[in-house]
Ligand binder design. Structure first.
Ligand code: GAP
Length: 453
């Protein structure tokens, strides 16, 4: 069998994602729109799970971080003060032969990667999308689609502080869409023009910033491991001083071994007091914090862990992907962590016969309020297992004619393909325990104990 690196490539992932309803090109019937993607019925569940896992870890399970949801369109003065109007630019070159445009930073050689033609001189290109507010397309009403969610949190620092009554260190977190008119897109959902971010701004006392920076690099790295990403596929890439964004004192990327190579998954930046100071000066509003322990006024420093939702999804799918020998064939399976898996349980009646279908429907209706559950009565049972393996469904519940007599159903485990018979009244508790990572069950009916080998 080939090693994992040879098994997973972008072509296979794209094909699986389209075939199984994870991700489609945007406006597909019109030939798509470069750098834009649609999440299908399975993909949308996966996306929710990734965002929920992050929200739980960052907001719900911590006392020091609060959530927000700020608007995409903001007062244009925000982008002047933040430095984006002058500095959010990429170097663009154009091929003189085929007229394709490239981001100069991405090119290894001084010629067009498509046709080998000569390139124009570099010119800087602002990657913020513009649009207009109101009916008159005039300069005064120009607004930007936010290229990061961060600014909504910076400008809300006084609101968040006053209403939450938090003391430093504390953070504001949000998830949401961001837009960048990237010169080149590609590698599936890795670099798009419309994408989703999950980022938070952690406000700290100046002088403690390095400690918190190191803390968050470690925490965020471990978050990916906790949700199933293999440690050996992750890396850390501290940025060289000359590569830093205009706002950052230091930045470390968490990288992942994507099918196209090791690349940035999330960036953790020390933004110093740059953003709050800029917005304080431009708006005339105080962005200072009063430290009642030291009796000092100061502008907090900010540590910002910023992750791309779509990149995290690509990493989760890529890491979960496997091809395993199964009798004479190859079984394609996504070994998702149970919290990440888009569908948790599939109910599969062995036949469509009326009495069995009614029984299976009852089982399905009992389970579906608890977890994302699918009902599938098409094709052979073998094919249905294969389909669920490709969706990464941890458990399949099969009901057969024996079930009608003994009121038991079979649970099939995605990873080991082990099967156990469980009394139907105990199904829900057994699946809940199993999905929570327990491997020891006391079945209510008859008090049996089952432990997975
Ligand atoms: N507020 C900080 C910030 O915006 P960034 O490094 O530009 O930092 C953060 O972006 C994360 O957003 C990246 O690590 C990446 O996961 C994701 N991201 C950035 N640009 C993207 C794009 N064009 N398509 C998909 N994800 C992107």
């Amino acid at each position: 069998m080939p090693g994992k690196a040879e098994k997973v490539n972008m072509e296979k992932l794209v094909s699986l994602c389209q075939r199984r309803g994870f991700i489609f090109p945007s406006s597909d019937i019109y030939g798509g729109l470069s750098g834009c993607w649609d999440y299908g019925p399975v993909g949308v569940e996966l996306k929710r799970n990734v965002k929920d896992a992050w929200w739980r870890s960052i907001v719900r399970e911590r006392d020091d971080i609060i959530g927000m949801d700020t608007s995409i369109l903001m007062n244009p003065k925000v982008w002047e003060a933040s430095g984006h109007v002058t500095s959010f630019k990429d170097p663009l070159v154009e091929c003189k032969e085929c007229h394709l445009r490239w981001k100069a930073d991405d090119l290894a050689e001084d010629k067009c990667p498509a046709c080998g033609g000569k390139l124009t001189e570099e010119r800087m290109f602002n990657t913020m999308f513009k649009t207009f507010i109101g009916p008159v397309e005039e300069e005064a009403s120009t607004v930007y689609l936010r290229p990061e969610t961060a600014q909504g949190m910076f400008v809300n620092f006084p609101n968040a502080l006053n209403t939450s009554r938090k003391r430093l260190p504390f953070g504001i977190a949000q998830q949401g869409k961001a837009f960048r008119n990237e010169i080149t897109t590609g590698n599936f959902i890795f670099r798009s023009r419309e994408f989703e971010m999950m980022e938070f701004e952690y406000f700290v006392k100046p002088g403690t910033d390095q400690k918190w920076f190191d803390y968050w690099v470690e925490e965020r790295f471990n978050w990916y491991v906790k949700f199933g990403i293999k440690k050996e596929n992750l890396g850390l890439n501290p940025h060289a001083q000359e590569k830093l964004a205009h706002y950052a004192r230091c930045c470390t990327d968490i990288t992942y071994l994507f099918p196209h190579g090791q690349a940035e998954l999330e960036g953790i930046a020390n933004r110093t007091d740059f953003d709050l100071r800029q917005h304080g000066e431009a708006s005339g509003r105080s962005m200072e914090y009063y430290d009642d322990e030291t009796k000092e006024h100061y502008i907090p420093y900010i540590i910002e862990p910023s992750a791309g939702v779509d990149r995290a999804i690509l990493a989760f799918v890529s890491d979960a992907y496997d091809e395993e020998p199964d009798k004479d064939e190859i079984r394609v399976v996504l070994h998702f962590h149970t919290d990440i898996a888009p569908i948790k349980v599939a109910v599969l009646p062995l036949s469509r016969k009326e009495n069995l279908a009614a029984f299976a429907r009852d089982v399905y209706n009992d389970l579906r309020p608890c977890f994302a559950t699918q009902y599938d009565d098409t094709q052979s049972i073998g094919r249905r297992y294969r389909r669920q393996d490709e969706l990464g469904t941890p458990y399949c519940v099969t009901v057969d004619f024996q079930s009608l007599e003994d009121n038991m159903a079979t649970i099939r485990d995605r990873d080991s393909m082990n099967q156990i018979r469980v009394p139907v009244p105990a199904l829900k508790d057994t699946l809940l325990a199993k999905l929570a990572g327990e491997d020891l069950f006391v079945l209510p009916e008859g008090g049996q104990i089952w432990k997975q080998e």
